[in-house]
Design a binder for this molecule. Structure first.
Ligand SMILES: Nc1ncnc2c1ncn2[C@@H]1O[C@H](COP(=O)(O)OP(=O)(O)OP(=O)(O)O)[C@@H](O)[C@H]1O
Length: 228
């Protein structure tokens, strides 16, 4: 990578249809950062995260993610950008018709992995990282919400991303399970992977330290570090 940052937004505007959702967004994210995006319902948290993996276009300004200028990204580059990002959503989105192992294998094969043994080893490796190595053969419906979210995080880790985007990852979980998930994301970030997570949950923000930015009145405001 030519620069140190993973993400650099300069004067970025994001729209949904005709509406300006966020304007003049300035943001830099580096390796190992842990960044919360907070803000009211509809304030633009998801829009911001989605822009980072090219789900929503950049209306104006300069948006860099790794070496990509998102405002000039070609459609065929999008899968390569996304392969470097681990994405975790609130509603787990595991394939319900196959086991944990097959869910993860599906992603590896779709991203070019071919060797059966290497695939198996990698699956065990990421499941061990999230404490789910004993659940390889479980179907998603046999897992609790927190366990499913761990598998989703394992899936996000498969291709060793430098960046994880987690949109309300604790939204469907009870407080204790939610805390365990954030704890896991913090461990991952201390290993050098940057994590950006949106949340409504102020008790999590107060418990687990991180940089905080808030979507408010179409602006992204830096609340600096919290909890240190
Ligand atoms: N598909 C869409 N088409 C048009 N407008 C949309 C679409 N999705 C969201 N919006 C609008 O964009 C604004 C920002 O929505 P966004 O989902 O980014 O907010 P959010 O802060 O993530 O909210 P939440 O906390 O509810 O997830 C809202 O006003 C919403 O109505």
């Amino acid at each position: 990578m030519s620069d140190d940052f993973l993400i650099k937004y300069t004067g970025v505007q994001l729209n949904r249809e005709e509406n300006i959702i966020l304007r003049d967004v300035n943001l830099e994210v580096n390796r190992g950062d842990f960044l919360y995006i907070i803000g009211k319902v509809g304030s633009g948290k998801s829009t911001l995260l989605k822009s980072m993996y090219a789900e929503i276009p950049i209306e104006s300004g300069d948006a860099r993610v790794f070496d990509y200028h998102l405002q000039a990204l070609k459609r065929k580059q999008i899968p390569y950008l996304r392969r470097k990002i681990g994405i975790v959503f609130q509603d787990f989105q595991l394939l319900i018709d196959r086991t944990v192992e097959k869910n993860l294998e599906f992603v590896l094969r779709a991203t070019g992995w071919k060797d059966k043994i290497i695939i198996k080893d990698r699956i065990i490796e990421v499941l061990t990282q999230v404490g789910m190595q004993n659940k390889t053969y479980k179907m998603p419906h046999e897992l609790s919400g927190g366990e499913q979210q761990r598998v989703v995080i394992a899936r996000a880790l498969l291709n060793s991303p430098l960046l994880i985007l987690a949109d309300e990852p604790t939204g469907n979980l009870d407080p204790e399970t939610g805390s365990q998930i954030v704890d896991l994301l913090q461990q991952i970030s201390s290993g050098g992977t940057a994590v950006i997570m949106s949340t409504h949950n102020y008790s999590i923000v107060q418990t687990f330290p991180g940089r905080i930015m808030k979507c408010e009145n179409t602006e992204l405001v830096d609340l600096k570090n919290f909890g240190y």
